[in-house]
Write a protein that binds this ligand. Structure first.
Ligand SMILES: Nc1ncnc2c1ncn2[C@@H]1O[C@H](COP(=O)(O)OP(=O)(O)OP(=O)(O)O)[C@@H](O)[C@H]1O
Ligand SMILES: [Mg+2]
Length: 316
């Protein structure tokens, strides 16, 4: 299953997604991906920055594309491997539970036996002028579309609607919008909602209330968003202690109600579980639209033939 946490800056995406990943990892294998420009997740796990494992860096992203392409003849070169390029016959796939998986061994860092993390990365120095964070997220899309369904992938997404307005959002079973009970947070929700509807994934966008102090707060979020919240997290003593540097973020330190909130998120994700195979036609459609743009057609020709309709993901 693939799950993303989105929302306005500072709403609690990193905190909630990290706790959620830890919670899940008690019962299953989890890959937590830090797709935030500020890369806070690694900090949560006291992992130092490691350029060689940062997947949007030039060499790692080249190596990953070369690996995933495998012997797929529909992808002529890494330059032809677009963010929306789907896996096809000959492509290599990623397994987050296979200890010998090349991608996991090369780029993931183990936090516990069942929890690993991967960092997408921030602006690279040579990319500052010429590219935006969008481009960094292309490699994340490649990784997600080439990952089989044998574990759970939890992504802490960069704030802002930019990343959302791409083919990326179609890769997830569920997108959880972390909402604070504020007008500004919910104004961002409304923007996401429009984009999700446009992208045909409106039914995969859910709302989690965070830093909710009272029932009034919850009602405010529901009335303003027009959506029932799937889960509510209050202001947590543990998280406040983490902010003061007195504790390390650890799901076992949460109170029962906070644990229950994470369980509610899981239940919602489970209800919307979709196999990669079921998602594939959507990816094909988005790929078709993406590569039909003039700037791609002029440079690379017709990339719609990268779609391999006979391709199937392995059944888990
Ligand atoms: N339930 C909570 N209770 C108390 N503090 C919280 C809670 N959730 C988040 N916070 C605090 O709010 C701040 C922002 O949280 P966090 O960094 O997780 O947000 P974010 O959405 O990832 O932000 P950014 O957009 O900057 O990446 C942090 O100081 C965090 O400790
Ligand atoms: Mg964050």
């Amino acid at each position: 299953m693939k799950i993303a946490f989105v929302g306005k800056g500072g709403a609690g995406k990193t905190t909630v997604s990290t706790l959620f990943a830890q919670h899940l990892a008690e019962t299953q294998n989890v890959l937590a991906i830090d797709a935030d420009i500020n890369m806070h997740m690694a900090e949560m796990y006291s992992l130092s920055y490691d350029k060689d494992r940062t997947i949007s860096e030039k060499q790692p992203s080249e190596d990953i594309r070369t690996y995933l392409r495998g012997s797929n003849r529909r992808i002529l070169s890494n330059n032809h491997f677009k963010k929306s390029t789907p896996p096809g016959s000959g492509s290599r796939l990623i397994s987050v539970t296979d200890q010998s998986d090349w991608f996991m061994q090369t780029y993931a860092r183990r936090v516990t036996d069942s929890l690993s993390t991967v960092v997408v990365g921030t602006y690279s120095e040579d990319g500052i002028a010429s590219s935006c964070y969008h481009n960094n997220l292309a490699i994340l899309e490649n990784v997600l579309s080439h990952t089989i369904d044998d574990g759970t992938v939890v992504v802490d997404m960069v704030a802002g609607t930019d990343a959302f307005a791409s083919t990326l959002f179609a890769q997830f079973d569920a997108l959880f919008f972390v909402a604070e009970p504020t007008t500004r947070s919910l104004a961002v929700y409304k923007q996401y909602e429009v984009l999700a509807e446009k992208g045909g994934v409106g039914d995969r966008l859910h709302v989690i209330g965070n830093k909710v102090e009272s029932d009034d707060d919850r009602v405010f979020i529901e009335q303003t968003s027009g959506k029932r919240v799937v889960s509510v997290l209050s202001r947590s003593m543990h998280i406040l202690a983490v902010d003061k540097g007195q504790e390390k973020l650890n799901v076992s330190r949460l109170r029962d109600a906070e644990r229950q909130a994470l369980e509610d998120v899981m239940r919602c994700a489970d209800e919307h579980r979709m196999s990669s195979q079921e998602r594939l036609p959507k990816l094909w459609a988005l790929h078709k639209t993406y590569v039909s743009q003039a700037f791609i057609k002029e440079r690379f020709g017709d990339l719609t033939d990268q779609i391999d309709r006979s391709f199937t993901y392995p059944q888990i």
